[in-house]
Design a protein around this ligand. Sequence first.
Ligand code: GLU
Length: 483
Amino acid sequence: MSNPQIRVRIAPSPTGNLHVGTARTALFNWLFARKNNGKFILRIEDTDIERSEEKYVQNIYDSLKAIGLNWDEGPDTGGDYAPYKQSGRTEIYDKYAKKLVESGNAYYCWCSQEELDSEKEQAQQEKKDFIYSGKCKKLPPEETKKYIQQGRNPVIRFCMPSRKLKFSDMIKGEIEFDTALTGDFVIMKSNGTPTYNFAVVVDDAEMKISHVIRGEDHISNTPRQILIYEALGLEAPRFAHVGMILAQDRSKLSKRHGATAVSEFIDQGYLPEAFVNFLALLGWSPPDEQEIKPLNEIINLFNIDKISSTPAVFEFDKLNWLNGSYIRNLPVEDITERARKYLKEYDLSSYSEEQLQAIVDAVRNNLVRLSEVRDSVSYFFGEDVDIEDEIRENILKTDQSRKILSEFTGLAGNFDYLDTEKIHEQLGEFRKQMKPLKPKDVMWAVRTALTGRTHGADLALVISLLGRDRVIKRVQNAITASV
Ligand code: GLU
């Protein structure tokens, strides 16, 4: 049964592709909602008109869906508290801002940029932090009239009471602030759009958000938000601030460390299931310490109290390990289907679905990212195969290899190409026949001639799938190239 009390949200700004940090916050909110039979809401914070773009809204939808996070209410799905994009909510912010002005908790401020700059300069000279003087708070009506006549557009500032403010964070514990250090801040800009701290309160209140789970970079905004709730006579939600995600060098995760958007990771060949599993482990760990866990199992185990209050480190090695594990363990039909997008350059019609699955299955053990499948299967396609100079020099251009390959040519005409088991046996006999040469050297020479590589799929499978003509042709090419 759904729990009407639990309503959480993710409120990304569409100013870039969905960042891993936002995705992790979304995941924790989603897990909290699903675990408690609550609702998970998607709200698009697009008040920054210049930087917000529709293509990023789409990327947010696509990335959340890709990693399995569905929302109960949102701009595309609708819901009781629509619209779910801030750009469609201007009248609502206006209404609340006026309410605050009327109750004396906010005021119009007509200060020009020059006036504010000069206040800032003065503070600098006095070596103080800049706090707005509040000079527009008690403006006589004739002054206001003058500004209106001058055509100035006012901002609306919130009257910041000066006091100690405490709140209890579900992850960080008790947090105390001195609000005197903030000054009267802007809630509505002169162009009529709300600032983040104001819009977020209005929206969270209107949308009946019960818990705000977000990154700890928003802790410093929380006192302002709590005071706005108070001034509006509304109950504030519970807050839970999650530790940041750091790169391995302990600096903030950024583009210089590699990909930072969920879609980039997915394009690079990280499986969405592996990626979301990895995200869950950034700040949370399963009670049984079994880290490889599908999302539906994580729901039951998830407990917000167990989220770490310290930063989480984004370990690429761990992500790679998890991804490799998911690649190895997905049903072969499934992984083959997903691999197709990386295999567009090959003529897949030369193989049956079963054969293609056998190929993917044969190479998947060594894949870290699924995109690597493109290179791993290349020798299964085309007539010839590229052999690197180094391999040609060190392996093929030896008397021993020449001998092995010329003997192998005879066998190549006699393989039971439709029966991999049989080919295994035939290769076994060939190794015996080539004694005293070492079995390993024998196989190496054959493998490099057929695949151009020293490692790869099971050789019997390679032989069976290449078929008689290609096997003979490649061995002969290798012999010619080795003289
Ligand atoms: N748009 C804000 C962000 O993406 C939302 C912060 C919040 O959750 O309050 O950081």
